[in-house]
Design a protein around this ligand. Sequence first.
Ligand code: IPE
Ligand code: IPE
Ligand code: MG
Length: 599
Amino acid sequence: MRTTHSAPADTDAALPAQRGRPSRPPAGEDPSLKAAYRLCRRTTRQHDPAISLLVQLMPAALRPAGWALWAAATVLDDLADRQDVEPAARAARVAAWTEALQHDLAAGTSRDPVRYALVDTALRWGLDLSGLREAMDSTREDTRGRHFADWASWRAWCSEGIAPWVDQVRHLSDRAGAPMTLRLDRQQDYRRFIHGAQLTDVLTDLGADLSQGDLLLPQEALNAFPGAEDDLRHGNWSPAAAALVRELTALARHWVTRPSMTTGMHPGAAVVLDTAACLMRAQLDAVDAAGRALLTCAPRPSLAARTRILAPARIRSALAWSLTPLTVPPPRRPAVTVPGPGPEAERTGLRPPPPHSGGARPPRIAADRMPTHVAVIMDGNGRWAGQRGLPRPEGHRAGNAAAREMVYGALEIGLRHLTLYAFSTENWKRDTEEITTILEAIRHDLDEGPIRDLDVRQRWLGRPDGLPEELVQALLREERRTSHRTGLTLTVCINYGGRGEITQTAAALARAARTGDLDPDLISEDDFARHLPHPDMPDVDLLWRTGNGQRTSNFLPWHATYAELYFTPGYWPDMDRRALWQAVSAYSRRQRRHGGATP
Ligand code: IPE
Ligand code: IPE
Ligand code: MG
């Protein structure tokens, strides 16, 4: 990640003040924490006035977190950039800072003020900073110098270096109840926007980078303007160099101009992103206007240009935020112990499921009558919403609450395996809005964690193709985090299709046969099962479908061949754990023969 350098400090002082609460470090804190946040605010202002102005557009309660995140990025960038230090030593400093952050997060505090503010932000808002690890590693790699053959490798650098920081701001906004949710069909716009931000930054810092021997543009772009690279490296503002810069400012302008990216977002969050785009375009205008001066100093838009953008943005954002009561977590109690991470701390941190709201108690089921594996087709969300005159997405939100209930109920009766069908490969046929809600509700639950601290080993079954990267990362993260747990195994099927699973397994068998690990003439059912995505998943004993349908809709064809089928008429959001207990009780009365004769 790069942040812009050599900027005048406190440029926002001359702009009209935003109405409402002033931005202060969070109240009620210990003085060293307040000082830590103040330092972050100063660092952000001095290094990146544009970011500082954008943070001012966030509600006061969120700003300290914005400063902490940006100050951390800036500090790392500076550690990686210090020209008076050898590259290897710079890389070591970035690595040490990153490691120290891991330790500080476990301890809940830090001696370093920027890390202290960042740790406080992460714990207070429940942010998972593991996604920043990749960005920090990328910053460390920046110390070796960068060369990009083409735009693809340049974009990969943006995605790993800068996107995780911006994602944290989005998570923060989600946590506060003002989601910066990206519609599924806008993910590409978002990525382009990030690339545009990075290109704007690289063009702004062209002179400073060249003076250090860096030219952070892809060779592919440089080659399109013969001679431009040599001229720039020799400080020569030639027609070729000027044409290259003009072409790239136009490209950056195109990338940051994504008007529909903010569709469906909270209006306050949308103002922040739209204003970011306006500021970047003003910055690109300044780059274009600089001409040869670009080689000697970083151009800035005029105060008048910034005021034209920010004055109305401040009014719009103040209005937008005033419409939403934000969810602001209280100050944390200062940490007194330094718990080490690890299974022991994790185990003792587990809690029992919350009791049923009406006080219902689980039935007693004889151990030899208990199913090992219950799989559920959670159907009827849409009709449930329709019945109430609500949009379909509301049905999915309500359906998620029912899914949580089943997890609680499964833990209470001591079930070993529960598998939930949440999104099928056929469900892509639905409207983008509906798909976004389904997937976003799943990600939200993974992050918010109503079941995070229960004795549940969470797994995902399905294909990553087409799923938002954030969701995939959250699923893999939870799978890793809970892999040692011994209670219920919860498998959530997302972007799952039974035929796809069989095909994928057949392909794995074919590969094993090609390498000689398997003899095609001797392939057994066990061999097949060993090549399934989750080879340890037992056969389904009870397959339950709600919503009045009597079909299996491409769900677990391999595992459910001998399952007892159980169909109920009610819609999924109306279910709670008692419905699961009824299903299990009904199962416990069934006679299973597996092809044997009637006793
Ligand atoms: C099941 O509910 C949830 C998913 C398929 C994701 P539906 O959305 O299928 O609800 P109905 O069947 O339309 O009522
Ligand atoms: C099955 O429900 C898939 C999930 C519950 C995720 P659908 O509603 O998609 O199934 P069909 O289309 O009615 O068979
Ligand atoms: Mg359905």
